[in-house]
Design a protein around this ligand. Structure first.
Ligand code: DON
Length: 303
């Protein structure tokens, strides 16, 4: 298949719509990003890479980081992780508090904010330096140095009142072991990591290779863990739009409010799209359209 032609055509098709959607502004440092950008990159299981548009521009990966922090936690904590975190779609927005009270502080899944904060708490317990471990994982997976954007991390720390509330609420149920400040410091930093579509398409390669490292093939996670990560992405990776994503796209996806979405066709390829304008569920508007066009042109999905 001529993937380069497919990606070029997707970017050309969406060109007239550049700027659609709303850039996330509740994190002030993100509000300055121009919405008139669109990038797309893919990497095949065999390691061929293709990209189009603004695929080399680094952006704030935000909630896409939850995929990598979960990967680290699966490695360090193993199945005990699931005593603290569920595996069901929430049907609620990513930053919702409502289910936590009736469910005694156990988040529905690791991809809503509450779940990712609970994962961060496990990492603070199990890693000597969790922030460094996140960067080591990201840099190793894409073969290039990845850093945190300290301005974005500070901006979110200054305005992340809901996340502070979520962490304290879970702590009141005895479901957060560490200092809330230390847990949120990790969470805000992981969300601030800056990566490009090319880097993210490469970094998620282990999810289409049964857990094998995209560069070299060492085990990142086991085959069973890779399957589970893909299952969680399909059911929970795009929050209350997960049903719509499965219906329209049919690939495990993980989105972030920076406008990135990573997607996987198991055994075949991993890809990343980025466009900063979001829809009302916090998912990239043009990113979603780009993935829909990709599936329409290639027939590649899990269904
Ligand atoms: O905690 C937050 O609100 C952000 N750091 C991340 C949210 C996010 O990316 C949701 N995804 N669409």
């Amino acid at each position: 298949m001529d993937f380069q032609a497919v990606l070029d055509e997707i970017v050309a098709t969406l060109e007239p719509e550049l700027g659609a959607g709303t850039v996330a502004s509740y994190i002030p440092a993100l509000a300055r990003v121009s919405p008139r950008q669109l990038g797309i990159a893919l990497r095949t299981r065999a390691g061929e890479e293709f990209c189009a548009g603004d695929a080399a521009t680094r952006f704030s990966i935000q909630s896409i980081s939850k995929l990598f922090s979960l990967t680290l936690a699966m490695r360090h904590v193993g199945d005990d992780l699931w005593q603290r975190i569920g595996r069901e779609p929430s049907g609620n927005p990513f930053n919702s508090l409502v289910q936590l009270e009736s469910e005694q502080g156990k988040p529905r899944n690791p991809f809503i904010n509450a779940g990712a904060i609970a994962v961060a708490d496990r990492l603070v317990t199990h890693c000597a330096n969790a922030r460094a471990d996140v960067l080591t994982l990201l840099s190793g997976l894409c073969g290039e140095a990845v850093g945190f954007d300290e301005e974005v991390a500070a901006s979110e720390a200054a305005t992340g009142f809901r996340n502070v509330a979520l962490a304290n609420f879970m702590k009141s149920f005895g479901k957060i072991d560490n200092d809330v400040a230390a847990v949120l410091d990790l969470y805000f930093h992981q969300c601030s990591a800056a990566m490009s579509c090319v880097q993210l398409a490469r970094a998620t390669g282990y999810l289409c290779r049964d857990g094998a490292h995209p560069l070299g093939g060492a085990e990142v996670v086991s085959e069973r863990q890779a399957r589970r990560l893909n299952a969680l992405m399909l059911t929970c990776g795009t929050y209350d739009a997960a049903g719509e994503f499965a219906f329209r796209i049919g690939m495990p996806c993980k989105s972030g409010v920076g406008g990135g979405i990573v997607a996987v066709v198991p055994d075949t390829l991993s890809l990343c799209v980025w466009s900063p304008g979001l829809d009302e569920t916090g998912n990239s508007l043009l990113g979603m359209k780009a993935l829909e066009l990709f599936v329409a042109r290639t027939g590649l999905s899990v269904f």
